[in-house]
Design a protein around this ligand. Structure first.
Ligand code: TXA
Ligand code: MG
Length: 316
């Protein structure tokens, strides 16, 4: 069921159940990170391969200290600055963190989400919540409770409804390298420019080949059920006019007789609005009856870098 009762959800989680939680980025499929059966439940419900590790969600700084054998100073500073918020830090795990959460890695990913209901829920628990995005593996991330209901409603007893996600793309995942320089493993809600304002330098965005097994690094991810092509929309429309076309544009309305449905991410030039609308727009296009989705990149700065990352994965 869909509801807003954090106390019911806390009891379900304490008894080892998996439920969906809202965050500012996307909805998560949560379970007690200290309960291996609850963690296995997440992988099973999501049909996620066991080699793809989970983020531990916390509500208190103290819990970060407990989950790690030592948080590098630079990551501590960034977490204190941007938490609660769409930033995930990768740090050496402590013995409290089971291998199933990290998929055997010595590092654990931790984040404090910025959503009032979920923060309230975390205060009621003495364990962190392991939670990937609440979609089936490889699919489009959910940004409303209804999206979760449509995909996972039958498999979980409760979806905590926190409204539409205010950021709309997943958290930025960072780590510190051997020289204590920050590296971005997945671009997300906290932009490289924002990190630069704290660090004094622009952190490096690692490429897929540099981190074969890391964050959303599987080629086809966030993928709609019909093909999505990325490029110059007008040109793509001309090449595909024999098909029923769905269009995902940034801020322009595109007209053509072959276009049966179109979604515009923002009406002006607002990258944050575009990020909020991205996954819902992809879902609507998926269900629109179109045979192909033609999309374009958004301006490649700020949160636009995360949007373009998701678009290119959706087109893989
Ligand atoms: O905004 C978010 O981060 C959302 C909300 C629910 O918090 N969560 C999310 O989880 O996007 P998920 O599982 O869909 O993506 C997390 C990514 C995965 O690609 C995973 O490979 C990476 O984080 N990850 C998690 N733990 C890791 C670890 N120990 N080492 C390397 N990568 C890790
Ligand atoms: Mg995901």
């Amino acid at each position: 069921m869909i509801g807003t009762d954090v106390h019911i959800v806390a009891e379900l989680l304490k008894s080892g159940k998996n439920i969906a939680i809202p965050t500012e980025t996307v909805y998560g499929l949560a379970g007690n990170a200290f309960d291996t059966d609850a963690v296995i439940g997440i992988y099973e419900i999501k049909k996620r391969p066991l080699f793809n590790p989970l983020i531990a969600h916390i509500g208190h700084w103290d819990m970060a200290e407990r989950l790690s054998s030592g948080i590098p100073e630079v990551l501590r500073q960034l977490a204190l600055k941007f938490w609660p918020g769409p930033l995930t830090i990768l740090v050496p795990k402590s013995d409290l963190v089971h291998d199933i959460v990290t998929a055997g890695s010595p590092d654990v990913a931790i984040r404090m989400p910025n959503h009032p209901l979920t923060l309230q829920l975390l205060q009621l628990l003495d364990f962190p919540l392991a939670a990937p995005s609440a979609n089936t593996f490889g699919g489009i991330s959910p940004t409303t409770a209804l999206h979760v209901e449509q995909q996972l409603g039958a498999a979980i007893p409760y979806i905590l409804d926190g409204g539409a996600c205010s950021v709309g793309v997943e958290s930025t995942i960072i780590r510190a390298n051997a020289e204590n320089k920050i590296e971005i493993l997945r671009p997300g809600g906290i932009s490289a420019e924002l990190l630069k304002s704290e660090l004094g330098y622009l952190p490096e965005l690692l490429t897929h080949s540099a981190v074969p097994l890391a964050p959303g690094m599987l080629k086809s991810h966030y993928a709609p059920a019909i093909p999505l092509m990325l490029g110059d929309i007008l040109q793509l429309v001309n090449e595909h006019q024999d098909k029923k076309i769905g269009v995902l544009s940034y801020n322009k309305k595109i007209k053509h007789p072959s276009i049966i449905y179109s979604e515009q991410l923002t009406s002006h030039n607002d990258l944050h609005e575009a990020a909020r609308n991205l996954f819902a727009a992809m879902r609507k296009l998926e269900g629109s009856g179109a045979e192909i989705i033609l999309a374009e990149n958004v301006p490649n700065h700020d949160i636009g870098i995360a949007i373009n990352d998701r678009l290119s994965r959706a087109s893989a």
